[in-house]
Structures are given as C-alpha cells and as structure tokens.
Design a protein around this ligand. Structure first.
Ligand SMILES: [Zn+2]
Ligand SMILES: [Zn+2]
Length: 236
C-alpha cells in the first residue's frame, strides 16, 4: 500500500531545517502524496520561529500542485503535567498538533514519570498525535502508552527519521518495533511521519514501510493508507 500523506515536516521556519514550504510541497506532489502537512517546531525550540508565524496560515492556498495542504505544529512537551508550548489561541487556528519530547525542552524524569507525562498530554483534546515515542533518552512504558492511546483515540507516530542510523534518538528501531507490537495488541492507530528537515525527505517512507512489513503490521491501523482516517488527527 502507498502512503497518501505526510504530516510531520519542517520548513526553514524551524531554524534547523533547510527547505521552503513550496519545495516541500513540490516533493510531496512528485512522490504522489495527496495531503501534505507542515509542522514546524513550536516557540520554545531554540532557533525556531515565533508564534505569530502560526497565526497567518490563512494566506497559504489549501491546495498547491494538486496536493491538499494542512497546517500543523510540532509542540514541545514541557513538564510532567503535559503542558505544551502552544497557546489556546493557536489551538483553533491549527489543523493538528504533534506533541513530542525534545532534549532542549524536557529532561527525562525516569520511565514511570515520562510515561505519566505522555498520558497527560493525551488528555489535551487538541493533541491527537504523539511524536516519536521511540527514544531511549526518554524511557517509556510503551505498552501503557499504546493502550491509553487506543482508549483516548490518540495516534502514535512511526517516525521515519528515527530509523535513520544518523538520528540522535537512541535505539529508534528497537523501540519502534516494541511500539508496533503494542499497537497491534491494543488496536492503536499509527501515523507515519517523515520528520523531514529538508525537502528530499518529504514523503520518503521507505524505512517505515520496510519495518511495517517485517513486523506484519495490520494496514487498517495505519492512517496514511486511507485519507478518511485523517479525521482522527484533526482538531474539529
Ligand atoms: Zn527538528
Ligand atoms: Zn520532534
């Protein structure tokens, strides 16, 4: 099956990514994606853009080169209460929010508290995607997370970037395999995201697709294969 959307991508606005929105969309079109989402880092990531960037998406056409455009953000999880660096005002302007643990904005609290933190993030009704829960720098009880995600109708990300041997995340592949096994068990939906930081990565899900095959992951649990499943990650 073919992935139809990529919602985890960064543009130059993130400060450590290297392509423009149009370069990314062009690559999405070349790779046959139907939906492209941009999700630049929220304001507390060093070097990223200010919140005002995320308030003016109305100027961006909803379709470019035949690709539908969605407006998102990758929020930083800040504390054990699950606070994220996205204001209430923005919640209503964005199509979706990915919430992730990042080293500049979150220090590991140990497996139990890291897990509690993600469970609390899932209680935020505007957060429908947990980004890259696959990093040994943040040990997690992935069983508990997959179970809660299924119950709370939150989606876990299969991050293609974590499968890159050059990734700074630790043990990505082994952790993703554990995550996929837990998702199978609890019928938890996953969303593949490339986490592209340059246009060449947009829509390139090769490593993820290979892994899905290796673990015989059910296609019905993958958002990217069926556009109607995108309803699960939208802020209504
Ligand atoms: Zn980044
Ligand atoms: Zn991230």
């Amino acid at each position: 099956m073919k992935p139809l959307c990529d919602l985890h991508t960064h543009t130059v606005a993130s400060g450590h990514a290297y392509s423009t929105l149009l370069e990314n969309v062009h690559m999405a079109a070349m790779r046959g994606l139907k939906v492209y989402g941009h999700s630049d880092h929220a304001r507390l990531m060093p070097g990223t853009t200010d919140e005002i960037y995320f308030t003016n998406f109305k100027v961006i056409p909803r379709e470019i080169e035949g690709v539908r455009i969605l407006h998102g953000i990758e929020a930083n999880i800040l504390d054990e209460l699950g606070t994220i660096d996205v204001s209430q005002k923005l919640y209503h302007k964005l199509d979706y929010i990915i919430a992730s643990l990042h080293s500049p904005t979150f220090k590991s609290l140990g497996k139990e508290m890291n897990t509690q933190t993600l469970l609390r993030v899932m209680d935020n009704p505007y957060v429908k995607i947990i980004g890259h829960p696959d990093d040994d720098r943040y040990p997690l009880d992935i069983e508990a997370i997959a179970k809660a995600a299924s119950e709370k109708k939150v989606v876990l990300e299969l991050n293609n970037g974590s499968l890159n041997p050059l990734s700074t995340r630790v043990n990505g592949k082994a952790n993703i395999i554990k995550m996929l096994e837990a998702c199978k068990k609890y019928d938890t939906m996953i969303l593949m995201g490339t986490d592209a930081h340059i246009c060449f990565e947009v829509g390139d899900f090769e490593a993820s697709l290979q892994l899905l095959k290796e673990v015989n992951f059910p296609k019905e649990l993958v958002i990217n294969f069926e556009l109607s499943r995108l309803n699960m990650v939208y802020n209504q």
